[in-house]
Design a protein around this ligand. Structure first.
Ligand SMILES: C[S@@+](CC[C@H](N)C(=O)[O-])C[C@H]1O[C@@H](n2cnc3c(N)ncnc32)[C@H](O)[C@@H]1O
Length: 274
């Protein structure tokens, strides 16, 4: 039996949708069940019905469940080879074509490491191009479903582990020391990142004509029709020649394949065709 056929599961899905608006039906069944099972085990219950009863009486469990469903692992310069490719092959061309103006969207930005990485990389590339006047020309939308992650993104202060994949010299240039060995992203970089809660399953992009859309390690949790719908939406929101960067194990499915041309297979980078 799939989770969707269990009446207890339907009740659970209803509770989650009622409280958060999240449509769990669009998530892959197996992933979803595994995550919910972790919380059920932690609560010592064996059926979805019993778990719903716990959610109804223990509001804190709701937050733990949402945390488990929207896994928000991320890091600065996660998968450095992807950023190396974007910094060497994509940004110089885009920045020259757009006269230093750039609009990016980190869709599913978690706690902010990805959008701040975009800003740091642009700053680094513009520095190499001897183009100091970059700040007013850069706009990065950063959206996620999870409010707690967005709060962390807004504080922009991170422990050393968040920088484990990054070049220490780059991090030293764009962050300042904070308490307990943490580092805070510098104010001018924070100012160009526009954080907002957005459910990718229900809402479209904050703006259109993005030069870069990063949606990494997000669609992997969604079922195929949802992935296809999202890809169509991303294709429509890219500027001509704009790039979509997916996670390393993610790929474009369905009709969007006509509109998004694969330009770097290893790093899963696609360009809007036409
Ligand atoms: C694994 S993190 C990816 C973070 C970052 N993109 C990266 O690759 O390092 C997945 C993020 O997707 C978000 N997410 C899951 N479902 C979502 C939805 N329906 N709408 C918006 N964000 C969602 C989660 O809250 C989580 O922060």
């Amino acid at each position: 039996m799939t989770a969707g056929e269990d009446p207890g599961f339907a009740q659970l899905a209803e509770r989650i949708a009622g409280r958060t608006g999240l449509d769990v039906g669009a998530y892959k069944d197996r992933c979803l069940r595994r995550r919910i099972a972790v919380r059920m085990r932690a609560c010592g219950v064996a059926s979805y019905g019993e778990y719903v009863a716990i959610l109804d009486t223990r509001p804190a469990e709701f937050d733990l469940l949402l945390d488990a469903l929207t896994i928000n692992v991320t890091r600065f310069f996660r998968n450095p080879e992807t950023w190396a490719w974007v910094g060497a092959e994509a940004l110089p061309r885009l920045l020259l074509a757009r006269e230093g103006r750039l609009r990016a969207w980190s869709a599913g930005c978690a706690s902010g490491e990805e959008p701040y990485t975009i800003v740091m990389l642009v700053a680094e590339v513009l520095g190499r191009l001897h183009h100091p006047d970059w700040l007013p020309r850069l706009h990065v939308d950063a959206t996620d479903l999870d409010r707690a992650s967005l709060d962390t993104a807004s504080a922009a202060e991170y422990p050393p582990a968040a920088f484990s994949e990054a070049d220490p010299a780059v991090i030293a240039r764009w962050t300042d020391p904070a308490e307990h060995g943490r580092r805070r992203v510098q104010a001018p970089l924070r100012a160009v990142v526009h954080l907002r809660r957005l459910d990718l399953l229900r809402e479209s992009a904050p703006q259109s004509a993005y030069d870069l859309i990063f949606c990494r390690n997000v669609i992997i949790y969604f079922d195929r029709p949802t992935q296809e719908r999202l890809m169509d939406g991303f294709a429509a929101r890219l500027a001509p020649d704009g790039l979509l960067v997916l996670g390393k194990v993610e790929t474009i499915l369905g009709a969007a394949r006509q509109r998004l041309q694969l330009v770097e297979p290893r790093e899963r980078v696609y360009r809007r065709a036409g």
